[in-house]
Design a protein around this ligand. Structure first.
Ligand SMILES: C[S@@+](CC[C@H](N)C(=O)[O-])C[C@H]1O[C@@H](n2cnc3c(N)ncnc32)[C@H](O)[C@@H]1O
Length: 183
Protein backbone atom coordinates (compact mmCIF):
# COMPACT_ATOMS: atom_id res chain seq x y z
CA UNK A 1 0.00 0.00 0.00
CA UNK A 2 1.26 3.45 -0.90
CA UNK A 3 2.41 6.03 1.70
CA UNK A 4 0.17 8.56 -0.12
CA UNK A 5 -2.93 6.53 0.85
CA UNK A 6 -1.98 7.01 4.49
CA UNK A 7 -1.40 10.75 4.13
CA UNK A 8 -4.73 11.33 2.32
CA UNK A 9 -6.59 9.51 5.12
CA UNK A 10 -4.67 11.65 7.65
CA UNK A 11 -5.92 14.79 5.86
CA UNK A 12 -9.52 13.51 6.05
CA UNK A 13 -9.55 12.36 9.69
CA UNK A 14 -6.18 13.09 11.29
CA UNK A 15 -7.41 12.78 14.85
CA UNK A 16 -8.43 9.15 14.37
CA UNK A 17 -5.42 8.18 12.27
CA UNK A 18 -2.91 9.75 14.68
CA UNK A 19 0.06 9.93 12.30
CA UNK A 20 0.95 11.35 8.88
CA UNK A 21 2.90 8.32 7.74
CA UNK A 22 2.96 4.54 8.33
CA UNK A 23 5.39 3.02 10.86
CA UNK A 24 9.00 2.59 9.74
CA UNK A 25 10.56 -0.87 9.40
CA UNK A 26 12.53 -0.09 12.61
CA UNK A 27 9.36 0.54 14.60
CA UNK A 28 7.68 -2.52 13.08
CA UNK A 29 10.67 -4.62 14.20
CA UNK A 30 10.44 -3.25 17.76
CA UNK A 31 6.69 -3.97 17.91
CA UNK A 32 7.20 -7.58 16.91
CA UNK A 33 10.36 -8.29 18.94
CA UNK A 34 8.56 -9.32 22.19
CA UNK A 35 6.49 -12.01 20.41
CA UNK A 36 7.43 -15.66 20.85
CA UNK A 37 6.18 -17.05 17.53
CA UNK A 38 7.04 -20.64 18.46
CA UNK A 39 3.88 -21.15 20.47
CA UNK A 40 1.31 -18.67 19.28
CA UNK A 41 -2.30 -19.42 18.28
CA UNK A 42 -4.01 -16.03 18.12
CA UNK A 43 -2.69 -12.50 17.65
CA UNK A 44 -4.92 -9.43 17.64
CA UNK A 45 -3.88 -6.22 15.92
CA UNK A 46 -5.55 -2.90 16.75
CA UNK A 47 -5.28 -0.11 14.15
CA UNK A 48 -3.42 -1.95 11.34
CA UNK A 49 -3.73 1.10 9.05
CA UNK A 50 -1.98 0.30 5.76
CA UNK A 51 -0.72 -3.04 7.05
CA UNK A 52 3.00 -2.58 7.76
CA UNK A 53 2.84 -4.50 11.03
CA UNK A 54 0.19 -6.90 9.70
CA UNK A 55 2.42 -8.10 6.85
CA UNK A 56 5.37 -8.65 9.17
CA UNK A 57 3.19 -10.61 11.61
CA UNK A 58 1.96 -12.80 8.75
CA UNK A 59 5.57 -13.40 7.64
CA UNK A 60 6.55 -14.65 11.11
CA UNK A 61 3.37 -16.46 12.22
CA UNK A 62 3.06 -20.25 12.04
CA UNK A 63 0.43 -21.72 9.67
CA UNK A 64 -2.04 -22.49 12.46
CA UNK A 65 -2.01 -19.01 14.01
CA UNK A 66 -4.99 -16.66 13.52
CA UNK A 67 -4.58 -12.88 13.11
CA UNK A 68 -7.60 -10.70 13.89
CA UNK A 69 -6.98 -7.13 12.67
CA UNK A 70 -9.44 -4.45 13.85
CA UNK A 71 -9.45 -1.08 12.06
CA UNK A 72 -12.05 1.71 12.07
CA UNK A 73 -11.00 3.43 8.82
CA UNK A 74 -13.05 2.01 5.91
CA UNK A 75 -10.48 2.89 3.19
CA UNK A 76 -7.75 1.05 5.10
CA UNK A 77 -10.09 -1.89 5.76
CA UNK A 78 -10.87 -2.28 2.05
CA UNK A 79 -7.18 -2.32 1.19
CA UNK A 80 -6.30 -4.69 4.02
CA UNK A 81 -8.98 -7.05 2.74
CA UNK A 82 -6.89 -7.43 -0.44
CA UNK A 83 -4.24 -9.27 1.58
CA UNK A 84 -5.09 -12.82 0.63
CA UNK A 85 -4.01 -14.94 3.57
CA UNK A 86 -6.38 -17.44 5.19
CA UNK A 87 -4.84 -16.72 8.61
CA UNK A 88 -5.94 -13.05 8.51
CA UNK A 89 -9.39 -11.67 9.30
CA UNK A 90 -9.93 -7.92 8.92
CA UNK A 91 -12.72 -6.34 10.94
CA UNK A 92 -13.88 -2.81 10.15
CA UNK A 93 -14.98 -1.69 13.60
CA UNK A 94 -13.67 -0.31 16.87
CA UNK A 95 -11.17 -2.16 19.07
CA UNK A 96 -13.67 -1.81 21.93
CA UNK A 97 -15.67 -4.68 20.40
CA UNK A 98 -12.80 -7.16 20.43
CA UNK A 99 -14.61 -9.68 22.62
CA UNK A 100 -17.55 -9.95 20.18
CA UNK A 101 -15.24 -10.63 17.26
CA UNK A 102 -13.17 -13.19 19.14
CA UNK A 103 -16.29 -15.15 20.10
CA UNK A 104 -17.64 -14.85 16.53
CA UNK A 105 -14.47 -16.72 15.55
CA UNK A 106 -14.74 -19.23 18.42
CA UNK A 107 -11.71 -17.81 20.19
CA UNK A 108 -11.65 -16.98 23.88
CA UNK A 109 -8.14 -15.67 24.48
CA UNK A 110 -5.37 -13.96 22.52
CA UNK A 111 -1.63 -14.63 22.96
CA UNK A 112 -0.64 -11.10 21.97
CA UNK A 113 -2.41 -7.84 21.22
CA UNK A 114 -0.36 -5.50 19.06
CA UNK A 115 -1.73 -1.97 19.06
CA UNK A 116 -1.01 1.21 17.10
CA UNK A 117 -4.09 2.99 18.43
CA UNK A 118 -3.52 6.74 18.95
CA UNK A 119 -4.42 6.51 22.67
CA UNK A 120 -3.67 10.20 23.28
CA UNK A 121 -6.38 11.17 20.77
CA UNK A 122 -9.05 8.66 21.76
CA UNK A 123 -11.61 9.72 24.43
CA UNK A 124 -10.71 8.50 27.95
CA UNK A 125 -13.81 6.33 28.33
CA UNK A 126 -13.03 4.52 25.06
CA UNK A 127 -9.39 3.93 26.13
CA UNK A 128 -10.71 2.58 29.44
CA UNK A 129 -13.06 0.15 27.66
CA UNK A 130 -10.29 -0.98 25.32
CA UNK A 131 -7.81 -1.65 28.15
CA UNK A 132 -10.51 -3.49 30.09
CA UNK A 133 -11.22 -5.85 27.21
CA UNK A 134 -7.47 -6.31 26.57
CA UNK A 135 -6.85 -7.51 30.15
CA UNK A 136 -9.91 -9.75 29.95
CA UNK A 137 -8.92 -11.62 26.78
CA UNK A 138 -5.12 -11.75 27.11
CA UNK A 139 -3.81 -15.27 27.84
CA UNK A 140 -1.67 -15.68 30.98
CA UNK A 141 1.89 -15.10 29.80
CA UNK A 142 0.66 -13.00 26.86
CA UNK A 143 1.48 -9.36 26.18
CA UNK A 144 -0.14 -6.14 25.04
CA UNK A 145 2.34 -4.29 22.82
CA UNK A 146 1.52 -0.63 22.13
CA UNK A 147 3.43 2.18 20.43
CA UNK A 148 2.94 5.89 21.09
CA UNK A 149 4.70 9.12 20.17
CA UNK A 150 4.71 10.35 23.77
CA UNK A 151 4.78 8.99 27.33
CA UNK A 152 1.20 10.20 28.01
CA UNK A 153 -0.24 6.68 28.13
CA UNK A 154 2.42 5.35 30.53
CA UNK A 155 0.45 6.10 33.71
CA UNK A 156 -2.74 4.45 32.39
CA UNK A 157 -0.80 1.37 31.29
CA UNK A 158 0.97 1.14 34.68
CA UNK A 159 -2.42 1.27 36.41
CA UNK A 160 -3.73 -1.56 34.19
CA UNK A 161 -0.76 -3.96 33.98
CA UNK A 162 1.68 -5.34 36.56
CA UNK A 163 4.69 -4.85 34.27
CA UNK A 164 5.26 -2.25 31.59
CA UNK A 165 8.58 -2.43 29.73
CA UNK A 166 9.48 0.64 27.75
CA UNK A 167 11.73 0.93 24.69
CA UNK A 168 12.25 3.75 22.23
CA UNK A 169 13.13 4.09 18.57
CA UNK A 170 14.33 7.38 17.08
CA UNK A 171 14.13 5.73 13.64
CA UNK A 172 10.51 6.64 12.91
CA UNK A 173 8.55 9.77 11.99
CA UNK A 174 7.91 10.86 14.67
CA UNK A 175 10.21 8.87 17.03
CA UNK A 176 8.19 6.35 19.04
CA UNK A 177 7.98 4.61 22.42
CA UNK A 178 7.01 0.94 22.56
CA UNK A 179 5.28 -0.34 25.71
CA UNK A 180 5.23 -4.09 26.35
CA UNK A 181 2.61 -4.77 29.02
CA UNK A 182 2.16 -8.05 30.91
CA UNK A 183 0.35 -9.30 33.98
C1 LIG B 1 -0.98 5.57 13.91
S1 LIG B 1 -2.07 4.68 12.82
C2 LIG B 1 -1.11 3.19 12.72
C3 LIG B 1 -1.20 2.46 11.41
C4 LIG B 1 -0.27 1.26 11.23
N1 LIG B 1 -0.46 0.24 12.25
C5 LIG B 1 1.18 1.62 11.20
O1 LIG B 1 1.89 1.26 12.13
O2 LIG B 1 1.62 2.23 10.21
C6 LIG B 1 -3.41 4.24 13.92
C7 LIG B 1 -4.57 3.46 13.30
O3 LIG B 1 -5.53 3.18 14.31
C8 LIG B 1 -6.85 3.26 13.72
N2 LIG B 1 -7.84 3.46 14.82
C9 LIG B 1 -8.08 4.60 15.53
N3 LIG B 1 -9.01 4.38 16.48
C10 LIG B 1 -9.36 3.06 16.39
C11 LIG B 1 -10.26 2.21 17.12
N4 LIG B 1 -11.00 2.69 18.14
N5 LIG B 1 -10.33 0.90 16.77
C12 LIG B 1 -9.60 0.40 15.75
N6 LIG B 1 -8.73 1.16 14.99
C13 LIG B 1 -8.62 2.47 15.32
C14 LIG B 1 -6.73 4.43 12.76
O4 LIG B 1 -7.75 4.41 11.78
C15 LIG B 1 -5.31 4.21 12.19
O5 LIG B 1 -5.35 3.41 11.04
Amino acid sequence: MHKGDFFSEFLKEGKNIGSITPSSKYLVKKMIEPIDFSNVKCIVEFGPGTGNITLELLKKMPDDCFLLAIETNTEFCEKLQNIKDPRLKVICDTAEKLEDYLSENNIQKADYIVSSLPLAMIPNNVVKNILEVVTKVLKPGGAFIQFQYSLNAYKKLRETFKNVDLTFTPMNIPPAFVFTCTN
